[in-house]
Design a protein around this ligand. Structure first.
Ligand SMILES: Cc1cc2nc3c(=O)[nH]c(=O)nc-3n(C[C@H](O)[C@H](O)[C@H](O)COP(=O)(O)OP(=O)(O)OC[C@H]3O[C@@H](n4cnc5c(N)ncnc54)[C@H](O)[C@@H]3O)c2cc1C
Length: 485
């Protein structure tokens, strides 16, 4: 009976386990004995499964708080598809886009992002021209950008370099950097345009102007589909944890080993020897035919060190940034006083430690009763790793001072939560795609090894679901079995 080990029980590892479970069950139903006899074991270092996907609830208040991801991009189908498969189709909810307004902090004031901006690319002339967000110089750059000639960059470059070439440095400071801090906890001056914004690189080489290319893509989409626009973000009624719980409920509990960190993976006897556990007595090596490593790249590097030092070095070179999320709950009076919209982004030039804040009660209204407001703030990222060393009280003081300065919010919160995520957000630096090619070449020299997780081809939840599913299918096809759709 083929045995497969999965290392890491975040959404990537759980997606891989679910794919193997589906294979096992489809084999049992169709009577294909070889499929139904797949055996898998999931090793998770922490006492709980789900990795950074954690939802908290203040029961007496009816408020729901996300410690990690709060939703996923609707445009990327893999997470919602998985939710439907595990019986959560009717639990999917969209963001309240009627109220989708985002602000940028400029001189301690909120300035609304103009209508028609598609991930920092202006596509509507009038709102951009009238917006107080940009200087006249940047507006003139935006007009000139329309005539940008097609350009195929010889080598990878940073997002900042590309955006600056098109729109100038103010655009990097006001939009590119804060938007990337929000998604990657990273910096525009470090992140690779080819890895992080592949569409931009493609549009530039074909059309030249990003503005013209975005507009053309939007028109094409509008004529191709007559369906009403979908919400930008999708989530679950009971929070992201609902997805974790539903996945875990579909797996055999006997296959799930929590509080069991894998120490090493060694290729041996046409398979892999897995050593796991905290105590020496627990570390009895176990033999598997294949392994799926779905832990963050640095942890993957550590467990694969003895298998291939070069592969481990490439994995270890994928940087991660840390993140802190702070949730504050307020009463009805505060809710009435807060601005409409989803929240605000804080550019580096504002000199603050907060990177962004979400008005949760507006973005996902059912997460707070009408007499409550929830403000969720983000700190840390590549430029402020030190925040992880601050105490919760110190972090709360920083957040409350900055909320007072930026949105005049001085009220005492009814409840607060601080969540620290050390080295959780992969940073796709310049050259990331070339590194992935080297990793893939080294991986194929180790039969029965697959890699998944947010260190590779996408950091968002849908990308992680896809990476776990693909890793499991890769292992199945390596064993001569058909993959799971
Ligand atoms: C604060 C925050 C907000 C985010 N917001 C969003 C969002 O709104 N939308 C979105 O799409 N994405 C968001 N993301 C990104 C997304 O949530 C993550 O990229 C994704 O959940 C990562 O899943 P994963 O399984 O790859 O990794 P993780 O969740 O990090 O799981 C990896 C698991 O591996 C385990 N592990 C490590 N080493 C070992 C070992 N040696 N042995 C066994 N187990 C091990 C860890 O304990 C962990 O449980 C956010 C991330 C963070 C941190």
């Amino acid at each position: 009976m083929p045995r497969i080990a999965i290392i890491g029980g975040g959404i990537s590892g759980l997606s891989a386990a679910f794919t193997l479970e589906e294979k096992r069950q489809s084999g049992a139903q169709s009577g294909t004995t070889s499929d139904s006899k797949i055996d898998y074991v999931l090793f998770e270092a922490a006492p709980r499964l789900g990795g950074v996907m954690v939802t908290d609830r203040i029961k007496e208040d009816g408020c729901l708080m996300e410690a990690g991801p709060d939703s996923f991009l609707t445009e990327k189908p893999w997470a919602a598809d998985l939710c439907r498969k595990i019986g959560l189709g009717d639990q999917l909810i969209g963001s309240n886009d009627a109220d989708r307004k985002t602000y940028i902090v400029v001189k301690n004031k909120l300035v609304v992002m103009p209508d028609g901006l598609m991930f920092m690319v202006p596509t509507k002339i009038l709102p951009t021209v009238l917006s107080p967000l940009f200087s006249l110089r940047t507006k003139m750059r935006m007009a000139a950008e329309w005539f940008h000639p097609p350009h195929k960059a010889e080598a990878d470059e940073t997002v900042a370099q590309m955006v600056e070439r098109h729109y100038g440095s103010e655009m990097v400071d006001l939009l590119a950097d804060p938007l990337l801090s929000g998604v990657y906890g990273g910096e525009a001056t470090d992140l690779s345009v080819r890895a992080v914004l592949p569409r931009f690189a493609d549009m530039e080489s074909k059309h030249g102007s990003l503005g013209r290319a975005m507009l053309a893509a939007r028109k094409k989409m509008a004529t191709a589909t007559k369906a009403p626009p979908r919400p930008l973000f999708t989530s679950l009624k009971e929070g992201m944890q609902q997805m974790v719980d539903a996945l875990v409920a579909r797996l055999d509990p006997a296959t799930l080993r929590t509080s069991t960190p894998v120490q090493s993976l060694i290729p041996q006897n046409n398979g892999w020897t897995v050593s796991a556990g905290y105590q020496p007595a627990e570390k009895t090596p176990d033999h598997f035919d294949a392994v799926i490593v779905a832990a963050p790249a640095r942890a993957a590097a550590a467990v694969l060190e003895s298998a291939d030092a070069n592969l481990a070095a490439e994995l270890a070179a994928i940087n991660y940034s840390s993140s802190v999320t702070v949730t504050l709950g307020y009463d009805e009076k505060v809710r009435r006083s807060l601005p409409p919209g989803f929240g605000f982004l804080v550019p580096r030039s504002a000199g603050r430690r907060m990177l962004a804040a979400t008005f949760v009660h507006n973005k996902f209204p059912h997460r707070a009763p009408e007499n409550r407001a929830i403000v969720r703030c983000f700190l840390g990222g590549a430029r402020d790793e030190q925040i992880l060393d601050s105490t919760e009280d110190q972090i709360l003081t920083i957040v409350r001072n900055e909320l007072r300065d930026i949105i005049a919010l001085d009220a005492q919160p009814l409840f607060t939560r601080v969540y620290k995520w050390r080295a959780a957000m992969a940073q796709y630096s310049v050259g990331h795609l070339e590194r992935l090619q080297r990793i893939e070449a080294l991986r194929t020299r180790l039969p029965g090894l697959a890699l998944a997780g947010n260190g590779f081809n996408g950091i968002g939840v849908p990308d992680c679901v896809r990476s776990g599913t693909e890793a499991a299918n890769k292992i199945l096809s390596g064993m001569g079995m058909s993959s799971v759709k």
